[in-house]
Design a protein around this ligand. Structure first.
Ligand code: FDA
Length: 305
């Protein structure tokens, strides 16, 4: 119930103004968002690399409604990739992008073209790109665009969400050589017709998808903070004879940082998903929805101000 309310608020411009104006919001944003500028993102990449952690950077922005906005988002990715290359960090850091931020909602073809330009710059820098997955109405479009880009850049990755009923089949279909698939549970409010609703069903689906990805020939990227699923990931990698460098764990910036270091210390590849930029509202609200304790912390802070 609380989750639905927060996810509805995540799409409300009015709530965005209220939350954005609250003085306590800043400290919460700081916990989950790396900063607003390219320089701040590069500094975080350097810090994570010094701890043996890989990174993927998400320049925050969704619901882009004009070509100018989409171009500006593309330009920031190009700037970041050039900066990572210049700083010698591109072997440790890649980028994640939302096709909606590149114009997918109003001109699918132009979002493909912008993503292709980013993929070209990433290849030039010696790194990779992963396309995030948004709500289920965009899944086919996103997989279609990713498939086209992969013809030129086979390492271009994407995300599958275990809450969607279709994802076990997608995992099997996409577990081919060189395919980079980030598996997460899913963060949007989806109808019962297309998505499992109970946590247990979403988790079971996650395990079935891990099996499919680990059994295949691609490169699985297990994006979860769930301790049980991390253990199952380790177990299945062993079962399918994968070395620690043949898959990776991914977690969000600011969530379970000690666990990120522990896994890296045990020799696993761990990548931290680092959002940055000033369009943090939708991202922050989805993190709140995942964990009511975060929301309570935020509400208490508001009440004591
Ligand atoms: P779950 O939510 O069950 O949490 C398990 C445990 O992790 C909790 O008990 C708690 O200890 C900790 N935890 C989880 N969330 C927390 C939080 N917000 N604050 C503090 N602790 C928390 N989704 C999507 O729809 N499309 C996408 O493209 C992506 N991309 C993506 C990339 C990466 C690298 C990650 C890690 C996640 C995503 N997601 C995503 C988000 C994902 O779908 C999911 O909503 C979150 O990862 C939370 O699910 P968990 O698997 O962590 O399990």
């Amino acid at each position: 119930m609380l989750r639905s309310v927060i996810l509805a608020a995540a799409r409300s411009k009015k709530m965005e103004r209220v939350v954005g104006a609250a003085p306590v919001t800043r400290s919460l944003v700081k916990r989950f968002v790396a900063g607003e500028t390219t320089a701040e993102a590069v500094a975080v990449a350097r810090e994570l690399a010094s701890q043996g952690l890989l990174a993927t950077f998400d320049y925050l922005g969704e619901d882009t409604t004009s070509p100018e906005q989409a171009d500006a988002t593309r330009d920031e990715y190009l700037r970041l990739l050039a900066a990572l290359k210049a700083e010698g960090l591109s072997h440790m850091a890649e980028v994640s992008l939302k096709l909606s931020a590149l114009g997918q909602m109003f001109d699918e073809e132009s979002s493909y073209a912008r993503a292709h330009e980013i993929a070209t710059a990433a290849a030039d820098a010696g790194t990779t790109v992963t396309a995030d997955m948004e709500d289920h109405t965009t899944t086919d479009s996103t997989l279609g665009i990713v498939e086209r880009i992969r013809r030129d850049f086979p390492e271009f990755g994407t995300v599958l969400q275990s809450y969607l009923r279709r994802t076990e089949d997608d995992s099997k279909a996409l577990a081919y050589k060189d395919s980079r698939i980030r598996l997460c549970k899913g963060a949007y409010k989806e109808p019962e017709t297309v998505a499992f609703q109970r946590k247990i069903d979403i988790d079971r689906s996650y395990v079935r998808c891990v099996n499919a990805l680990m059994a295949g020939e691609g490169y699985p990227m297990l994006a979860t903070h769930d301790p049980r699923l991390v253990e199952i990931g380790i177990d299945r990698a062993r079962w399918y004879d994968r070395e620690p460098q043949d898959f990776e764990f991914q977690m969000l910036y600011g969530i379970r940082p000690q666990e990120q270091l522990r896994l890296a210390g045990e020799g696993y590849r761990v990548r931290v998903y680092v959002p940055y930029g000033d369009q943090w509202y939708g991202y922050l609200m989805r993190r709140m929805a995942e964990r009511p304790a975060n929301m309570m912390f935020f509400a208490r802070s508001l009440a004591t101000k």
